[in-house]
Design a protein around this ligand. Structure first.
Ligand code: ADP
Length: 204
């Protein structure tokens, strides 16, 4: 079963997969995290990725496809969750070439609420855990004691660029998946636990 997660930046896709992993066995393909892993290696490719990310632009589809194909090769898990992919018509066409989309979960959240969440978001530099300034004002990760940091693309300017990219390129995919009968819309303004429950019900 192949599931794609759609939703504006800050709608809770990362938090949802973090929570889902406690209840469900699946292969997670989180494109943003995979790209950040490449940046962390300090490679030339990583530098190229970082320059795009820091401007709030999409990374080239061929780079993204290589990353995804690497992650999918040798997969033995029956459920695959794609987080942050596809983000454009071009990417959705590429995905159709390699697998079926059985379910598209659309986390629906207003842009204003998404911006508030992004400005409050902290990510652990060691284990990738996502949390908030409100929950962890001391900047210590409750999972691994690592240092919580603000993602370099979580500034108001870059967030607004990413929202625009989402509106122009990713939002049309909602219609595409609705028309193909695989889209389920979830109210992402609810608490993480409520969103988790709604999604678990759909998957089951
Ligand atoms: P968010 O959902 O908040 O944008 P992600 O971690 O999913 O966070 O993505 C961060 C950045 O990584 C994006 O702004 C973009 O530069 C890059 N990226 C992630 N997914 C893709 C993708 N499918 N195609 C191209 N670039 C991507």
């Amino acid at each position: 079963m192949n599931i794609v997660l759609l939703g504006i930046q800050g709608s809770g896709k990362g938090t949802l997969v973090q929570d889902l992993s406690k209840h469900l066995d699946f292969l997670l393909v989180s494109v943003g995290s995979l790209l950040r892993d490449e940046i962390a290696t300090g490679s030339k490719l990583g530098q190229l990725i970082k320059s795009k990310m820091d401007k709030g632009e999409l990374v080239d589809t061929n780079i993204v496809m290589d990353t995804i194909n690497k992650k999918l090769s040798n997969n033995k898990k029956p459920i695959v969750i794609l987080d942050g992919f596809p983000r454009s018509r071009e990417q959705a066409d590429e995905l159709d070439k390699i697998c079926n989309v059985d379910l598209a979960i659309y986390l629906n959240l207003k842009k204003e609420d998404a911006l508030k969440r992004i400005m409050n978001r902290l990510t652990c530099s060691k284990c990738g855990n996502i949390t908030t300034r409100v929950k962890c004002p001391d900047l210590v990760c409750p999972v691994c004691n690592g240092k919580l940091t603000v993602r370099s693309d979580d500034t108001p300017e870059v967030a607004n660029k990413r929202f625009e990219q989402y509106r122009l390129e990713t939002e049309p995919l909602i219609k595409r998946y609705r028309e193909s009968g695989v889209l389920v819309e979830i109210d992402a303004s609810k608490t993480p636990n409520e969103v988790l429950k709604a999604v678990m019900k759909v998957i089951k």
